[in-house]
Design a protein around this ligand. Sequence first.
Ligand code: ARG
Length: 577
Amino acid sequence: MQTIKKRVAEAILAGVNALNADHGLSAAEIAALLEYPPDPAMGDLAFPCFRLSKVLRRSPVQIAQTLAGTVGGEGIGSVSAVNGYLNFTVSNEYLSSAVVPEILEKGDRYGAQDFGKGRKVVLDYSSPNVAKPFHIGHLGTTVIGHSLRKLHEFAGYDCFGINYLGDWGTQFGKLITAYRLWGSREEVEKGGIDVLVSLYVRINNAIKGDPEKGIAPRDDLAEASRAEFHKLETGDRENLALWRWFVDISLKEYEKTYKQLGIAFDSYLGESFYTDKMPAQIEKLREKGLLKIDDGASIVDLSDYNMPPCLILKRDGSTLYPTRDIAAAVYRKETYHFDKAIYVTSAQQCLHFAQWFKVVELMGYPWYNELVHVPYGTVSLGGEKLATRTGNVVLLRDLFGLAVEKVREIRREKGQVAENDDEIAEAVGVGAIVFYYLSNNRMKDINFVMEEALNFDGNTGPYVQYTYARACSVLAKAGGNDGKTVHITCEEESTLVKTLCRFGEKVCAAIADYEPSVITRFILDVAAAFNRFYHNCPIHTADDPAVRASRLNLTAATKTVLGNALDLICLRRTEKV
Ligand code: ARG
């Protein structure tokens, strides 16, 4: 629609110029005012004439009526005036001879933009805390983060994905203590991350105690954990070796999940990497007179900005989460020269990011406004009973595993079999969860209901992946499509092409709002339009060979757009199901 919007805007501009050239509006501004009428009977695009009323000294109704008689041009079907709106339809000729050929020519690049060319984005996402469980709370940062990466790449940006592992901190003191008390090398080697997580959960429970059950808190274990972390920080060889081992085991496990999602990172430099990079920043804060001592701790006062102070050093001199983030941002700017740095975390961290972004600004770094925090809402699990070997959190791996298992069952019931059954079940099961999650605006709190996510007939991942496979199988059955031309013969066809050609705009909107759900909803629109076309318009059995060829081209165009869009939200293109 981008091109047609431009054409319509230029046509309006010419019409307005003829009435009074002194209106000060540009074609781009007019394009931005164009709306999609909610009711397609009103046309494909509508221009509200209210904005022109002042300069043209006429009522919007009069303006619309006058312009309706003069505006027109290539691509524009009909123009009508309704209540101060100028309504346009797009011509079928344009849809068939411009839009569809463009889709088929550009293929994988259809919808791609170039406004990011020559610009670099670093994205910090997923970033689980080693030794703590990788749970459903991390689903958001992982899939929103990766989708934003794909979207930015599609817009021409040079992207660099960073998994800022939580690989440092007091939790390692706890884990080392628990391992020495209750663990063994053989057990950890065999059970991997599960053993680590259960050791971690066990020591946490012991430290907390359970006063209701008469179990006293174990302060001695808390003390021992602090001592072990201190040893780790001061370079104790044995503790360092254990730490490295624990990190490696965890990474191996995360990688399985990333592989299922088709995600890879460019860097795994975690919190530990920045240990020796913090002192320079602390020094700079001091030089700038920004550090204040408050009850023994070093803070940056942010009361002028209506925020609580940003904590830089604890009373015992140890560094904190914001301290590391500041050092990491400086390192990334100097190393990767980003034009934009995106951080995806739950909304619970909004204050943290607002605080340290402010501190970076106060430190005088000119790039403070290139830092972007992208928050998202909470995820809870409705009704689903999942084994919670880790206390009360649900591991991402188990959630995916359950979905894949259920897809297998559903396919068995439906009698669907394929050579690559396992691959399909995994793509559809994992895809179902990702799609369900990305269907909502990211700030919305989500209650996860597995049955809804897996409903093959609902607005779900399985539904769109099966639609994609349907388009593929139509083409396979016909031995492919031939040429690029389409003749639009019915409303189902024109609606489908009009839907497809909005893709580029959706990509821009998703990037502007850091909102992958724009793409998810677009995919649903395409799937609905394609399925309506598929059910109402015979393809293989069309009497006229020209109609058959045209419909195959239309199917190929749909496959292209759907495939490109699925890539952007981390769903696999399922050619066969
Ligand atoms: N490891 C953190 C967590 O799981 C997220 C890190 C986000 N990135 C950052 N640069 N602070 O809560």
